[in-house]
Every structure is written in structure tokens, then in C-alpha cells.
Design a protein around this ligand. Structure first.
Ligand SMILES: N[C@@H](CCC(=O)N[C@@H](CS)C(=O)NCC(=O)O)C(=O)O
Length: 206
């Protein structure tokens, strides 16, 4: 059985957990934080969570794990069969990580961990997040899911990036990240109603 390493407050961990639940793949959780311990680096070379342990070995990096789960070929399809459509979903997955998650993450120390970030970091985050949202507005379908009619791996990433990015932007930048993209707010709500999202939320609440 697949082992999922990480902790419930990690949004990346929750992406993989949602994908496992959606694809009805049996798994067990190993509650662990990322670290630079030699033993952990053997499982996850950058010392980050999540990583998974399969019968063949370990895998890290969330988008790679999500694609691997799809490649196992079981459960509901979370990627389109058509190569171009599949690539478009991958494009959105990448855009969400690079242009939404990562700029928002620069504000996390102040938003969630009791630290503070400099005005320079905030200004850079504000500019980059505005570009990321513009990209999502241009490239996302939101009909109702990020890539179109069907729930895909892009929605898995969207759910756990957009929720924290929205909260961090509000707290640190005083910015309503999705003011110009109400479809994103509606989609967060829609995905939040799925059984997988409810399970993730329940596990988070302990
Ligand atoms: N690129 C990684 C990022 C994962 C990540 O940043 N995980 C955080 C927890 S949400 C972590 O392990 N941080 C510990 C660290 O950076 O040392 C992925 O896609 O999985």
C-alpha cells in the first residue's frame, strides 16, 4: 500500500491526499515534517513533504506524484485522454504552482507563522500575484472547473494553492486576490463540497 509522508497543515500534502482519495487508491499516512536529516533526505531529496513510498521506492514533488497516481491507471480519470487537452491541464498545474503558489508562499512567514516579511518582499509578491491571477484569468476555463467541464489534477492543485494564497494575500497585503476572478471563489466552494475535500478538512481539524 502507498505510504504518504507529510502533515495535515501542509497544502502540498493535502493535494496528494485529495488525489489519492479522488482516485480511490488505498494509502496510509506517515505523520512527519520535512527535514534535512540524512535519513529523510534519502526519501525526499530536498527534505520536503509530501513524498510517497511505493513498492518500487520513494517519490517526491507534488505534481510528479499527482501524475504518477494518474499513470497507475486506476480509479476515476483526473487527466484528459487527449494529448493536447492533457498538456493544457499540465500547463495550468504548472502555472498554478509557479505564479500563484510560489509568490503567495513568500508571504507565508507573516501570514501563518508569526514572522514578518519586508516591504520589498510584499511589493514583489503583490506584483507577481497580480500577474499570476491575470494568467489564471486568461488561461483558466472555470466552467466550472479550472480546465473545463471535468474535475482534474489542476483542480487538486488549485484548491490547496488558491485557498492559502487568498488568505495570505488578505492578511499580509490587504488584497482580495480573487476580486477580479469571482469564478475562482465559486470553484473553491464547489471543490470544498467534494467528499475528498471534506475528508482533508476533517483530518486537518483533528
Ligand atoms: N516543490 C515541493 C514543495 C513542497 C513544500 O514546500 N513542502 C513544504 C511543506 S508545505 C515543506 O516540506 N517545507 C519544509 C522545507 O522547505 O524545509 C512539492 O511540489 O512538493
Amino acid at each position: 500500500m502507498i505510504k504518504l509522508y507529510g502533515f495535515t497543515m501542509s497544502n502540498y500534502f493535502n493535494m496528494v491526499k485529495m488525489a489519492l482519495l479522488e482516485k480511490e487508491i488505498a494509502f496510509e499516512v506517515v505523520d512527519i515534517r520535512g527535514s534535512q536529516d540524512e535519513s529523510f533526505l534519502k526519501m525526499s531529496p530536498m527534505g520536503k513533504v509530501p513524498c510517497i513510498e511505493t513498492e518500487q521506492g520513494f517519490l517526491s514533488e507534488t505534481n510528479v506524484i499527482l501524475e504518477h497516481l494518474e499513470d497507475l491507471g486506476t480509479g476515476p480519470n483526473l487527466m484528459p485522454a487527449d494529448p493536447y487537452e492533457r498538456a493544457k491541464v499540465r500547463e495550468l498545474m504548472k502555472e498554478l504552482e509557479l505564479y500563484l503558489e510560489l509568490p503567495a508562499r513568500t508571504c507565508f512567514p507573516e501570514a501563518f507563522f508569526g514572522g514578518s516579511v519586508s516591504d520589498e518582499v510584499k511589493e514583489t509578491a503583490r506584483v507577481n500575484l497580480a500577474k499570476g491571477i491575470a494568467c489564471l484569468k486568461r488561461n483558466g476555463a472555470f466552467s466550472p472547473f479550472v480546465a473545463g467541464d471535468n474535475f482534474t489534477m489542476a483542480d487538486v492543485i488549485f484548491q490547496y494553492s488558491a485557498n492559502l494564497a487568498g488568505a495570505a494575500s488578505k492578511r499580509v497585503l490587504g488584497m482580495d486576490l480573487f476580486a477580479d476572478l469571482p469564478e475562482a471563489k465559486a470553484l473553491l466552494k464547489l471543490i470544498g463540497e467534494r467528499a475528498s475535500a471534506k475528508q482533508v478538512a476533517a483530518d486537518q481539524a483533528g
